[in-house]
Ligand binder design. Structure first.
Ligand code: NAD
Ligand code: 6OH
Length: 500
């Protein structure tokens, strides 16, 4: 049995190529084919990744099924919660390694991985340990026609084997957001992380083992989507449910794949999120918040604002301030603690983002900031960097205003009335997130209620309480996760009716 080295992602520079394997039934195992794991900061190959073929995916599903039958689904809630808390502790004690791996795979700034990705992974396990320990269930009493009474109460049962398919932008955060509630509810999982970011899902296997999670409860298969591990997992007849985060089109493909076996799905998909900035906002606070909402993680967060609507009296001042902010952001090596913007995830994704930069100009936009590729004069020129970019001047029907770009870019338009801003913000096939910036709280409530979005923030962005419903409307997803919504997705409710 080959095992990854514990210190597989030392902070020293990632130059030696590592080997990332699948994790099945408590063992690290190899498939027949491999693919490279590339560091987006300089294009170097940092690891070889073992791709799971159909047989390995089947082994992973069967090992999950075996773990369910053996002990996990029958463990008491208290035991499961205790394990999940240990997982959270182990994530924290290995945070240096997890941060380094996440930074190497994604190119995100080390400061961001340390502040957001890894702490959230630990929090995901703690929150769902607490929730499963305290969650209540419905019960009703009624009188029956024959003068007796009926007591109805629901109990939770695990779904069974859950297939988890996740993207590359917040790899560990988004994976654990699903693994934690799935395990809390007594399921066993087979995770298929993005082919771009295989490392932290694999390191999580070591964390699981160290925390005493039984073999087979957490499995990882590596590979791609169509005709590879992703599709094999979604199609597998012994997978009871599929939870997916990624692009809307991929969600559509997975839906077709699971249709024959009528599996429940939970989909967190793309967005083309709006921010509405009213003239009465706290100006400096709004500029700082919007800079995060546009540029965090190089704009590669599904919740990022790519459409800004600014009330006309402050339009010029706001555009000027956000331009200065964009131009002052420090692009650099992801390992440098001072870096604020890293590269995009891949060469292909950079081509996509740059094609939108060109399209925006063809559609009549003015680039107020950025619009191209930065020059470093060192090895970072081999990385997949783009400039933080701000466009103005597009019509609302332009493709760059309608389509998700998923880069450090936004378009800013002016508005004159609340009604106009609301209409423009809602004019999208997506419906994930919105933010509203105003010091008039009545208006904040009023406009927030009108947003066609799963999440609306007022005077903040990406401020998360993990007990709240999270998900999207339209092309942005199906269902809600978070808090009791996750518990409901990851369990089957059996309603018991007793006549007495
Ligand atoms: P993607 O859809 O390309 O890939 C996501 C995962 O799906 C990967 O693991 C991939 O291998 C797998 N996959 C691809 N095709 C598949 C298929 N046919 N069957 C099974 N699996 C398949 O997404 P991405 O490029 O990794 O991530 C970026 C996208 O994710 C953006 O659109 C972003 O908005 C979205 N996203 C949404 C949320 C959310 O919470 N709503 C969060 C993060 C990212
Ligand atoms: C998308 O890129 C971010 C999703 C965030 C979450 O799913 C979360 O739980 O915060």
């Amino acid at each position: 049995m080959l095992r990854p080295k514990r210190d597989c992602y030392d902070a020293a520079g990632f130059k030696s190529v590592k080997f990332i394997q699948n994790y099945i039934g408590g063992e690290f195992v190899s498939g027949r084919r491999e693919f490279p794991d590339v560091n987006p900061a300089d294009g170097s190959v940092i690891a070889r990744v073992s791709e799971a073929d159909r047989d390995l995916v089947d082994r992973a599903v069967q090992s999950a099924r075996g773990a369910l039958a053996a002990e996990w689904s029958r463990a008491s809630v208290g035991e499961r919660a205790a394990r999940l808390r240990k997982v959270a502790d182990a994530i924290e004690s290995r945070s240096d390694c997890l941060i380094a791996a996440e930074v190497a795979d994604t190119g995100k700034p080390v400061s961001l991985a340390a502040k957001l990705d890894v702490p959230r992974a630990a929090a995901n396990f703690r929150v769902f340990a607490d929730l499963i320990s305290t969650a209540g269930l419905e019960s009703f009493q009624a009188e029956t026609p024959d003068g007796k009474r009926a007591l109805n109460y629901a109990i939770r049962k695990p779904l069974g084997v859950v297939g988890i398919i996740t993207p590359w932008n917040l790899p560990l955060l988004l994976l654990t957001w699903k693994v934690a509630p799935a395990l809390a509810c007594g399921n066993a999982v087979v995770a298929k992380p993005s082919e771009e970011t295989p490392a932290t899902a694999t390191l999580l296997a070591e964390v699981m083992r160290e925390s005493g999670v039984p073999d087979g409860v957490y499995n990882v298969v590596h590979g791609f989507g169509p005709n590879s591990a992703g599709e094999f997992l979604a199609r597998h007849p012994d997978v009871n449910a599929v939870t997916f985060t990624g692009e809307s089109q991929t969600g559509a493909a997975i839906m077709k794949t699971v249709a024959d076996s009528v599996k429940p799905v939970s989909f967190e998909l793309g967005g083309k999120n709006a921010a509405i900035i009213f003239a009465d906002c706290d100006f400096e606070d709004a500029v700082a918040g919007i800079a995060d909402a546009v540029f965090l993680n190089t704009g590669q967060v599904c919740l990022c604002a790519e459409r800004l609507y600014v009330e006309r009296p402050i339009f010029d001042r706001f555009v000027d301030s956000i331009k200065r902010k964009a131009e002052s952001l420090r692009l650099g090596h992801p390992q440098d603690p001072a870096t604020e913007i890293g590269p995009l995830i891949s060469k292909t994704h950079r081509e996509k983002v740059l094609s939108y930069y060109r399209l925006a100009r063809d559609e009549g936009a003015t680039a107020v900031a950025g619009g191209g590729i930065p020059e470093f004069g060192n090895s970072l020129d081999d990385g997949y960097y783009v400039e933080p970019t701000i466009f103005t001047g597009l019509t609302e029907s332009a493709r760059c205003v309608k389509e998700e770009i998923f880069g450090p870019v936004c378009h800013i338009a002016a508005f004159d009335t609340e009604e106009e801003a609301t209409r423009m913000a809602n004019d999208t096939k997506y419906g994930l997130a919105a933010s509203i910036w105003t010091s008039n709280l009545k208006r904040g409530h009023r406009v927030a209620e009108q947003m066609n979005a799963g999440i609306t923030w007022v005077n903040c962005w990406f401020l998360r309480d993990l007990r709240t419903p999270f998900g999207g409307m339209g092309l942005s997803g199906i269902g809600r996760e978070g808090g009791v919504h996750s518990l409901n997705f990851y369990s089957e409710l059996n309603n018991i009716c007793i006549r007495f």
